[in-house]
Design a protein around this ligand. Structure first.
Ligand SMILES: [Zn+2]
Length: 323
């Protein structure tokens, strides 16, 4: 495989991006290469495209300007954007002193974070909030709380905040009853939701694990964060790949900065509700009920208010990016 990679590396393909370089009328040349069947681009060229600086060590590459900074840890999918943990679709790598990232990461993750113009413009009227679980399905449970109750409390708080900002908000359930995953998506799709946010709490066997993670749909063809396997299929939830990531970033950033909780990262997963809603969608895991400290926080009114405010702020920031 190593020899094959080397051979493929020799086959440099110089491509011209269809978009002009931001702030310039000329086209920027982005060189690309193939590795393990995927197209990768030079980090140096990506940096040039945005007018950023590129620097590298053996362990990691960085592209940055005065306001923004991406860190790419070589041979790992974990990285950061402005200090917030994100997971790339494919691991960046270093070869011959040059850093490489996948072309899909460049187009679907980096570009929508740096350029509002990369986002698809859509109306932002109806937000559907989806409190996880309900009825017989309790979700995660702890000594003190049940996930189905906390997710509903949080969703109602977010609704109040968004309504004050002028949005129309619909909940997939208003009280403690069971609704199937299909039913949740049907509410969003039938009512013509412009945004879908599913609210959950986490649990793990290891009780020391704590923190917040935010999920969105992987772009068509790309692997989930928990898997290395690519997926060939294109789902309904792939209609807005770039918007999905920007929305998830705005919500996740807001959550980890405001709550000070452990940042477990922005992740990709083909969860049913993300795969089958026809609008930008995210799923928030607001904390671990299996961790005694976080469990107590999640039950506190002040902490719930903080989480609700963070999610509402993230949605408003996303909306502003569309303007
Ligand atoms: Zn859940």
């Amino acid at each position: 495989m190593k020899l094959l990679n080397k051979l493929l590396l020799i086959c440099f393909l110089a491509v011209l991006l269809p978009l002009p370089s931001p702030g310039s009328s000329t086209k920027t040349k982005i060189r690309s290469t193939l590795s393990s069947g995927h197209t990768y681009v030079y980090l140096q060229d990506v940096a040039n495209y945005y007018g950023f600086c590129f620097s590298t060590t053996k362990e990691r590459g960085t592209i940055s300007n005065k306001y923004s900074r991406f860190v790419f840890n070589y041979d790992s999918r974990r990285g950061t954007f402005n200090g917030v943990q994100i997971n790339y679709l494919y691991a960046p790598f270093l070869r011959g002193g040059q850093g490489f990232i996948s072309e899909q990461d460049f187009r679907c993750l980096i570009d929508p974070l740096l350029r509002n113009k990369a986002l698809y413009r859509h109306k932002m009227r109806l937000v559907v909030l989806d409190p996880g679980h309900g009825g017989n399905d309790k979700g995660a449970s702890s000594w003190l709380y049940r996930e189905k109750d906390l997710s509903l409390q949080l969703a109602k708080k977010i609704r109040t905040l968004l309504q004050k900002k002028g949005y129309t908000v619909l909940l997939t359930r208003e009280s403690d009853f069971f609704i199937s995953l299909e039913g949740r998506c049907a509410v969003a799709n039938r009512k013509g939701a412009d945004l879908f946010v599913s609210i959950h709490c986490n649990a793990a066997y290891d009780r020391s694990i704590n923190g917040i993670e935010t999920f969105t749909m992987p772009p068509a063809g790309a692997p989930s964060t928990a898997s290395a396997k690519s997926d060939a299929g294109k789902a309904l939830g792939n209609k807005y790949d770039k918007n999905n990531f920007r929305l998830a970033y705005e919500i996740h950033k807001s959550l980890v900065l405001k709550t000070g909780a452990t940042d477990r990262g922005l992740k990709h997963a083909r969860f049913y509700v993300l795969k089958n809603t026809s609008c930008p969608s995210v799923l928030v895991e607001a904390g671990f009920l299996s961790n005694s400290t976080e469990e107590r926080s999640l039950g506190r009114k002040e902490y719930q208010d903080m989480i609700a405010q963070s999610i509402a702020d993230g949605i408003v920031r996303y909306d502003k990016a569309l303007k």
